[in-house]
Design a protein around this ligand. Structure first.
Ligand code: NDP
Length: 277
């Protein structure tokens, strides 16, 4: 892949992540395995799962069922806060790869900071060791506010990626500015606002009509044009294909600004200073 590739981003030296990935929550069991296998056949090369979704084994089954060469796939999982600790992270890795039926991860994320427990710096140090040993290709965090990221910076840790809730109504400009200023790639979860009402807003339906695309495609294109990763979940084959097909058109600067203007200033659904698992 070359640096001109606009469907992926290099977020840590030598590692590129496909900008569109398949979200897998709340799929479990056969539903998850079937959705993952179908998504890979539909062209997805990036799958997002987590220990907490209780679907890693099913995701692994879907990957095997698709027949894809593991090396062509970008696989992300996340671990719970019980594993925060330099050595505990290695144990979390061992459990995750066993459930997934693989021997390495492309990206391993601290799912929630749990600041009251106060051990996320150690968790990230453990992750960096896994990178150094070659067990994982990259590490990152999820749901980390700037204050949490500051503590990591203070410990000398350069965070490659933070997965946070971003959609047109949850623009989180302060969070995104911090990421931009510190070279952290943003991955947007719930990128469609869980089929949010904003998909019916003229700032989105207008460009959709003019471009012959769906509202979801306009929103995912908006994420991608901002240089973000987005991981929409769909178990539906048409919507899976639709969500991946965001590279054959572009939004004008004015159209992007109109979607930006839908931001309500609302905080994410869950407050990561208090919520964790
Ligand atoms: P999304 O914004 O991805 O919305 C998913 C919903 O939108 C589903 O109901 C889906 O239904 C529907 N949908 C998908 N595509 C379309 C489309 N083209 N048009 C209309 N509706 C559509 O929300 P999620 O909360 O699921 O977020 C995505 C992923 O992010 C999760 O699956 C998970 O992997 C991750 N995540 C991470 C979190 C974290 O703490 N790090 C927290 C929450 C989520 P259908 O399946 O029927 O198409």
């Amino acid at each position: 892949m070359t640096s001109e590739d606009t469907t992926t981003a290099e977020f840590t030296p030598g590692v590129r992540i496909p900008l569109i990935g398949l979200g897998t929550w709340p799929l479990t069991g056969e539903d998850a395995a079937a959705a993952v296998a179908q998504a890979i056949r539909n062209g997805y090369r990036h799958i997002d799962t987590a220990e907490n979704y209780a679907n890693e084994a099913a995701v692994g089954e879907g990957i095997r069922r698709s027949g894809i060469d593991r090396g062509l796939l970008f696989l992300t999982t996340k671990f719970n806060t019980e594993w925060h600790g330099r050595d505990k992270v290695r144990a979390a890795f061992g459990h995750a790869v066993k459930r997934l039926g693989t021997d390495y991860l492309d990206l391993f994320l601290v799912h929630w900071p749990n600041p009251a427990q106060g051990r996320f710096v150690e968790a990230c140090e453990g992750l960096q060791r896994l990178v150094d040993e070659g067990s994982i290709r990259a590490w990152g965090v999820s749901n980390f506010k700037p204050a949490h990221l500051e503590l990591l910076a203070g410990a000398g840790l350069q965070v490659p990626l933070n997965q946070v809730q971003i959609d047109p109504e949850h623009g989180q400009p302060g969070q995104l500015a911090y990421h931009r200023d510190h070279g952290i790639l943003t991955a947007a979860y719930s990128p469609l606002g869980r089929n949010g009402a904003f998909l019916g807003h003229p700032a989105i339906t207008g460009p959709a009509r003019d471009l012959g695309k769906t509202p979801a495609q306009v929103v995912l294109r908006w994420h991608v044009q901002h240089g973000r990763v987005a991981i929409p979940k769909s178990a539906n084959p048409e919507r899976q294909r639709e969500n991946l097909d965001v590279y054959s058109f572009s939004l004008s600067a004015k159209q992007v600004a109109a979607v930006d203007a839908l931001d309500t200033g609302a905080p994410p659904r869950l407050d990561s200073d208090t919520f964790f698992h």
